[in-house]
Design a protein around this ligand. Structure first.
Ligand code: PLP
Length: 459
């Protein structure tokens, strides 16, 4: 099909994130025009149900007038002022107070930024700063996990444990280490129980810390449930064992709650659901339901005291973005958090979980599906060539992309992370919309299975 005018203008002007820029020149992008509730509409008027809440973020869906109104009011009153050099404004103060109130662990202060990547970059800087303040200049290494996703800036992309984020970008930077991915289905040994797998990973982490020298290891960063690496749920007892190792060697735990935060797993924070007691927390995405960019780092008192000491010594805390605590983004975040509390978003998610999982459980028998995993309203379906022995398709067979394309034709937006299909619908999805989503997904899986059989991919 020839490109439409908008598509042609797009490929001549835009660089698209996470896109094969070469094939896009022929296919052109899917151009959306508007959104309402859990649906997006393209320029031909075709509607799509949002299976991934945008990028795991539009928890209140599209067209939320209260958020629009909050932004509009703040824009009129004070569209911008900053937090540098002792300046402040009401929306940022209120938002910090709200976050302290709902934090899953005691939090002393909040630092604002505009994205998850910036939050995690800030985490690294604060951990380094903290250890310098404590007179431990060698304690700087950060341990992340293979398949972890923490962003794309130089430091956060280094934390990210996915090959394409490093390849030819000359990453990771020094002082970032990666430990094993806690995915039992793929990395458990034959006959190894989940609990034994968790013990093995904790022992591996300990061996890594000891080998590097505990005096050089500063922090461990983890998403409660791993998102972009394939929706991976660590096995039972994993965090308990990992945290015992971290405590033994005085290594901080950073929770990356950028996807799991704000109700997704059935509690306000994923840490609570997964048994994590982090020292510090990164949030972004659903903090504004993605209506405006905003991220935050939630900082404990011990780290804040170290920052105070450094400020006394150096004369300033020399970190911050022009848009740290942007008043319009903060006003939208305040309204978002108000709606979550008023509408009991966590309770709503808990009510939806049984139906979401009833429909997902039914897909476990699908010939194309090897594993269905997830927690709350986030799930991943891993596609396999052979269910019996868990044999994966070859990456070049692009079966995951085929399911995502088939779903798109059905009017459903999902993301394929390799051969895992990720689902993360807006939290406002209704029971009938869950059924519609699952019906479309099932048809997409059926069509792709027929295609895979016809092309001899399942032999
Ligand atoms: C867990 C996690 N951390 C960090 C990020 C990076 O956030 P951003 O894309 O806003 O920089 C993401 C983005 O998907 C994420 O899922």
């Amino acid at each position: 099909m020839p490109l439409t005018n908008l598509q042609a203008r797009d490929v001549e002007t835009l660089v698209h994130p996470y896109t094969n820029l070469a094939t896009l020149r022929d296919s052109g992008p899917l151009v959306f025009e508007r959104g309402s509730g859990v649906r997006l509409y393209d320029t031909d008027g075709k509607d799509y149900i949002e299976g991934l809440a945008g990028l795991w973020c539009t928890s209140l869906g599209y067209g939320n007038e209260e958020l629009v109104e909050a932004a509009q009011q703040q824009m009129r009153k004070l569209p911008f002022t900053h937090l540098f050099a002792g300046k402040s404004h009401d929306p940022a103060i209120e938002l910090a107070e709200r976050l302290k109130e709902i934090a899953p662990v005691p939090i002393s202060k909040v630092f604002f930024c505009s994205s998850g990547s910036e939050a995690n970059d800030t985490q690294i800087k604060l951990v380094w700063y903290y250890n310098n303040a404590l007179g431990r200049p060698k304690k700087k290494k950060i341990i992340s996990r293979l398949k972890g996703y923490h962003g794309v800036t130089i430091a956060s992309a280094s934390l990210t444990g996915l090959p394409n984020n490093h390849l030819d970008f000359d990453l990771p930077i020094a002082n970032i280490l990666h430990t094993s991915c806690p995915h039992h289905y793929r990395f458990g040994l034959p006959g190894e129980s989940e609990v034994d797998f968790a013990s093995r990973l904790a022992a591996e982490l300990e061996a890594m810390i000891v080998q590097e020298g505990p005096e050089t290891v500063a922090a461990f960063i983890a998403e409660p449930v791993m998102g972009a690496g394939g929706v991976i749920v660590p096995p039972s007892t994993y965090y308990e064992k990992i945290q015992a190792v971290l405590a033994k060697y005085d290594v901080l735990l950073i929770a990356d709650e950028v996807i799991c935060g704000f109700g997704r797993l059935g509690a306000m924070f994923g840490s609570t659901v997964m048994g994590m007691r982090p020292d510090t927390i990164s949030v972004a995405k659903a903090i504004t339901s993605a209506y405006l960019p905003l991220g935050a780092v939630m900082i404990p008192e011990t780290m804040y005291q170290a920052m105070l000491d450094e400020s006394r010594k150096i004369g300033t805390f020399a970190h911050g973005f022009t848009y740290s605590g942007h008043p319009v983004a903060a006003a939208v975040a305040n309204k978002t958090l108000e709606i979550y509390a008023r509408d009991d978003i966590v309770g709503r998610v808990r009510q939806l979980i049984p139906q979401f999982w009833r429909r997902l459980d039914a897909l476990r028998d699908h010939p194309l599906v090897g594993e269905v995993r997830g927690v709350g309203l986030v799930a991943g379906l891993e596609l396999v060539a052979d269910k019996a022995n868990q044999r994966a398709f070859l990456p070049k067979q692009t079966v995951g992309a085929e399911v995502a394309a088939a779903a798109q034709r059905e009017g459903l937006l999902v993301r394929n992370l390799g051969d895992t299909i990720a689902l993360c619908p807006p939290l406002i999805i209704s029971p009938s919309e869950i059924d519609e989503l699952m019906d479309k997904l099932t048809r997409a899986l059926d069509r792709t299975e027929a295609w895979a059989n016809a092309n001899g991919l399942k032999k």
